[in-house]
Write a protein that binds this ligand. Structure first.
Ligand code: SAM
Length: 278
């Protein structure tokens, strides 16, 4: 192994397309003596395909403390450990954070590898123009708590990024429309897989769009909402902009006219027009 040996390597694995495993990740997984895996049965085929000889340590949500202690023991004995989850980056809405904390607290080295993550993969193709984003991960599964969580995010002036499971996507999208309304929603589904789709629409239309075709409700989802509309974007400016776009005016001209008519900022309207047209 060319890397420093007695370290915990945090290794992202593909979201779906096996070609997305980086060369460095491959080398680490092939050469470390230990792999701590969220689900050893799930990761088995990947490790086998790489010809990895590593022994595995189960490291899932319910045994993170115990797994952390075992991992620290290996590191203190001078052995390297790679940490992987079922897909994507460990510690991002996945087990791993507690293990990393315990390893760091024990004074051992943690080496992160860059690689697949559903949130950043989805955002990069979202077309959302917000300068900042807030990664939320999974919303609460119970309706009341979910709506409360969304309410708390209402004023955030940045894009909001959520993970969601297929059996909850309809109710979540419905709550988003009720609580947050009047924004663009980008639905990224099955990223890097055969049925990958990325669709953007006003959040108020999303429930009907998903219901139109049950295939749209299948698979794994990243849901991204544009941030809280600045004053310039809401109300009159947006209303006029939509009318002009509906009349077929080009984005630049529609934003300029909507700004002149409503007094709203031209740049904000231009950005809004781009997301509406995406
Ligand atoms: N640690 C992972 C990461 O770095 O993205 C996330 C793990 S979390 C348990 C699983 C969730 O990530 C799924 O429910 C879904 O919301 C999202 N996800 C994972 N793979 C995806 C894919 N191929 N397309 C869209 N979303 C995906």
């Amino acid at each position: 192994m060319t890397e420093e040996s007695a370290a915990l390597y945090v290794v992202p694995t593909p979201l779906g397309n096996l070609a997305d495993l980086t060369r460095r990740a491959e080398e680490i997984l092939r050469t470390v003596p230990w792999v701590a895996a969220e689900d050893t049965r799930h990761s088995g085929p990947l490790l086998k395909q790489l010809g990895a000889q590593a022994r595995t340590i189960p490291a899932h949500q319910h045994n993170e403390h115990e797994a952390a202690a075992r991992i620290v023991e290996k590191l203190q004995a001078g052995e390297a450990v790679a940490l992987i989850s079922d897909a994507g980056t460990p510690g991002i809405s996945d087990p791993g954070a507690r293990i990393v904390a315990a390893v760091r607290a024990a004074g051992c080295k943690v080496i992160p590898l860059p690689g697949p993550c559903a949130a950043t993969t989805a955002l990069s193709a979202s077309g959302l123009l917000d300068e900042h984003f807030l990664f939320y991960g999974f919303l609460p599964s119970k309706g009341g708590q979910r709506r409360q969580a969304l309410e708390a995010l209402r004023e955030q002036p940045c894009a909001l990024v959520f993970y969601e499971a297929p059996h909850r996507v309809l109710e979540t999208v419905e709550d988003m429309a009720t609580v947050l309304g009047n924004r663009t929603l980008v639905i990224a589904r099955e990223l890097t897989k055969l049925f990958e789709s990325i669709h953007s629409l006003p959040v108020g239309e999303a429930l009907a769009w998903l219901k139109e075709d049950s295939n749209r409700q299948r698979g794994e989802f990243v849901l991204m909402l544009s941030g809280a509309p600045a004053n310039a974007e809401s109300g009159e400016g947006e209303r006029v902009l939509k009318l002009l776009l509906a009349e077929g005016l080009p984005v630049k001209q529609a934003a300029k006219l909507a700004s002149a008519i409503s007094g709203a900022a031209k740049n904000a309207l231009y950005d809004l027009a781009l997301t509406l047209k995406a």
